[in-house]
Ligand binder design. Structure first.
Ligand code: IPD
Length: 288
């Protein structure tokens, strides 16, 4: 892992500028009369605005730093030579965006990766504790264009919303905990997720399904939910929000101390984490 290199704060500033530019583009389409395509299933949509926003973000980042690598949800993938890779979700919460619901976000994370082609691959590896399988996430921004809220974090320097420091809730009583979750797009996975939810719901204060994993993680960071879990997330859903949550004091892990990633992401303050983990683990939330 590189110990020196580009200043993460400078990289964060660039990420914030790109996220705000994309947010302005997205909010300039209040009619939401969009051309919509589908991805993994008929309900997994990509709008023309996902593509346009990712193009704008990639152009902004690579104009400033042409040697960097890129991993974007909508196909903006390229190897880099600089030791920096950007992990971009132009709209996390695309279905909300499509329906005019404000809970959607632009998510951009910055990874430092070891030099060399193997480390700068273009694929989406698992998103481990602070890395996406290719490097270490050192800075991230999650911007909610509809409200203007901007969540930021630099590794080791805390997490912030619009400049105000965030910290996780101190809730330690599972029965009083407000827990966010999300669901995949495939019917089989959803059926399993419904089974898990059926066991979790009677044991917690309540459940929230907001529709943007990046923002769910930021809500853990701000203490506006006490915990969050979801199976099936990709690095672009997770990379920036996980850093924000962790820098606000959350544990962000998979089951049994494993890294968070596609199999499962579990995030909560230290007072709640073990109880939520121990509720979920026997339910096999990381199985389809
Ligand atoms: C989705 C959202 C949603 C989560 C899904 C993700 P997308 O991302 O984060 O909350 O439940 O698992 O795929 O498709 O809107 O970028």
């Amino acid at each position: 892992m590189p110990s020196s290199g580009p200043d993460p704060r400078g990289l964060l500033d660039l990420a914030v500028a790109a996220a705000h530019a994309a947010g302005r583009l997205l909010e300039a389409r209040p009619d939401r009369a969009l051309t919509v395509d589908t991805k993994s299933t008929a309900t997994d949509v990509v709008t023309e605005m996902d593509t346009a926003a990712e193009r704008l973000i990639v152009e902004t980042l690579l104009t400033a730093r042409p040697d960097d690598g890129m991993l974007g949800e909508e196909g903006g993938r390229r190897p880099g030579r600089s030791g920096v890779r950007w992990v971009v979700d132009p709209i996390d919460g695309t279905v909300n965006y499509l329906y005019g619901i404000p809970q959607y976000a632009v998510s951009i994370a910055v990874e430092l990766v070891s030099p060399g082609p193997a480390a700068q691959h273009t694929g989406a590896g698992h998103t481990g504790a602070g890395h996406t399988g290719a490097g270490e996430v050192v800075a991230g921004v999650v911007h909610q264009p509809a409200t203007g809220a901007t969540y930021t974090a630099v590794r080791g320097e805390g997490a912030f919303r619009d400049g105000r420091r965030l910290s996780v809730s101190g809730q330690g009583d599972l029965g009083q905990a407000l827990v966010a979750t999300g669901f995949g797009y495939a019917a089989g996975r959803r059926a399993r997720q419904a089974e898990v939810l059926r066991a979790v719901l009677p044991r917690v204060r309540d459940i929230r399904r907001f529709g943007s994993a990046a923002l769910d993680l930021c809500l853990v960071a701000s203490g506006q939910v006490d915990g969050y879990y979801e199976r099936g997330l990709q690095p672009w859903d997770l990379a920036a929000g996980a850093l924000v949550a962790r820098e606000a004091g959350a544990r962000v892990e998979g089951l049994h101390g494993g890294p968070p990633g596609e199999r499962l992401v579990l995030a909560a303050g230290p007072a709640l984490f073990a109880a939520l983990h121990d509720l979920l683990a026997p339910l096999g939330p990381d199985r389809d």
